[in-house]
Design a protein around this ligand. Sequence first.
Ligand SMILES: [Ca+2]
Ligand SMILES: [Ca+2]
Length: 308
Amino acid sequence: MQRTFSSLSILSYVLLFSGCGPGGSGASNPEAPTWSLVPEISSPTGESWYSVNGEGNRVLFGRHSENWSSHTIWEMVRDATGEWSEAAVAPFSGEYNDRAARFYTVLDAVLFSSDRPLPGEDGPDHVGSDKRAGAVFNLWVVAHDGDKWMPAEPFEILNSEADDFHASASNMGAIFFASTRDGGRGGADIYRAELAATGYVVAPLAGDVNSEYSESDLFVDPDERFMIVVRTDDPRGLGGDDLFVSFKEGDTWTEPEWLGPSVNTPEDEYGPWISPEGTLYLTSHSGGQADIFSLPASDVPLLARFFP
Ligand SMILES: [Ca+2]
Ligand SMILES: [Ca+2]
């Protein structure tokens, strides 16, 4: 069901030996991705989910081991001289399976997904930062006080008995996230938590963004004009997880349109994030290895009108 939780897809394992991937196919196929590897954070292990804070001086991204296990969140900080620190495990990560950190700017905080025990919950067996047996993902929030990270806390209003994960927030403070909770259209669906006078109100997205396929990850435009949504095995795509776009029309979200071969391959694409300058970052597997790539969002035809 949720390939992005357990392991690479079977398809990706097959492609591991096929030589097909972003790096290998670009020269001969004019429709292949034209993205660039983000070299500053690339390493022999896998990288995924790239995000930068509003000041542009703090980068968070994920690292995981070869078989898409042991996810941890890493951090790089730029000092007053403009020098970037070496990447290091973020102080709030490293013990459990943590992923998909994205900044929640209205609270000077970060949202991330983790299977770590909730307060008062016994910690079932786990090995390092591998996913804990029987555990579900919940959304967590961690604030930075300008000097250090505060303790991470579960974002209780967002969480259910099922997996709740991969959040992205708008400038209005609304949090969009994926969940496999009961009552959805199949697999994971996208929900929105709106900050109302009495607290957050959570509802599935209105419109046709959710489907019988899994909508398992997203990036929402800060102004909520569009969202890049990750769909799994939609036959309009190239296979595995692909990036689609849904547009906001009134109070509803349109049926996702495939973002095309400049950002999709037969392997898994996820972890989209667009910088204020209009650079689209995404994660793709190539030869079984996840890496973070970037390209101008204006190079993606369906996004170009938002990035003139
Ligand atoms: Ca769905
Ligand atoms: Ca794909």
